[in-house]
Write a protein that binds this ligand. Sequence first.
Ligand code: SAM
Length: 289
Amino acid sequence: MTNADAGELFLIATPIGNLGDITMRALETLRKVDLVAAEDTRTAKKLFSRYQITTSLISLHDHSSLKRLDEIIGKLQRGATIGVISEAGTPGISDPGFRLIQMAAAAAIRITPLPGACAAISAICASALPLDSFYFAGFLPVRSGPRQRKLESLKEIEATLIFYESPRRLNATLEIMEQVFGDRLACVARELTKIYEEFLRFPLSYLRSLGREEGWRGEITLLVTGYDRESHSRDPQTLLEAEAELRACLADPDFAKGRSNRDLVESLMEQFPLLKRRRIYEIVLSDNL
Ligand code: SAM
């Protein structure tokens, strides 16, 4: 249910490089709204001057005060129409906008997205990595501990992983990814929609060697192939390790105490999804002999 007396909040995607990448509807909306809240008013002014837009601007960024957010919500409640734009691409995607969107939803204000450029989507489309399922991870934490933990948590996701990364950190990121994920196929999508746009589709180790001498430049989206459970589960070493772990569980008297074989097999199947039910049964029975 939306508040019929309130105005409307438009989330308007803007270009990620090439200023031609903006929709007719976005331009029309930017011209007709009462106010545009922009992450970077200087970038917004360049876009406005290219398309002769004269709508008033206010700034809205990640560190905007609650007072600024309340001010925008107040205007919407009094019937204003407001557009939100970020520095580039889709507002809220690794960009400011989320708190305002939440507050507008809580105030039953109508929220309308205007689709358009988004680096993650353009990058995966042309990466030639699997497109059927993907996971957007945004920026990794900067500090090494949280960064490593985040990558560990993504290790078994069976979907192409998409990251935003700064050129300065890219080589270090490729190195730690190779340690955590193994040498998976990846793609560096660089300078999308701009003059030097390129897609480098190689294993992580080779990508690292490319950046080693000259360093990386420009805006970068990094994509990495997801976890391949099928091939991983066929790896005999992995299966042996899983069986050894399962035997260790059974050796714990507290684990097996008072439980039927059937019950044990059910819970071990959940714990060791790589192993087949029949194999788990065999191990449980041999353990009971
Ligand atoms: N909201 C934006 C979107 O919809 O894609 C993302 C904003 S985020 C602050 C900026 C990051 O997106 C950059 O550091 C880079 O990782 C990625 N990015 C933005 N523009 C890009 C481009 N033209 N080529 C490659 N990656 C880009």
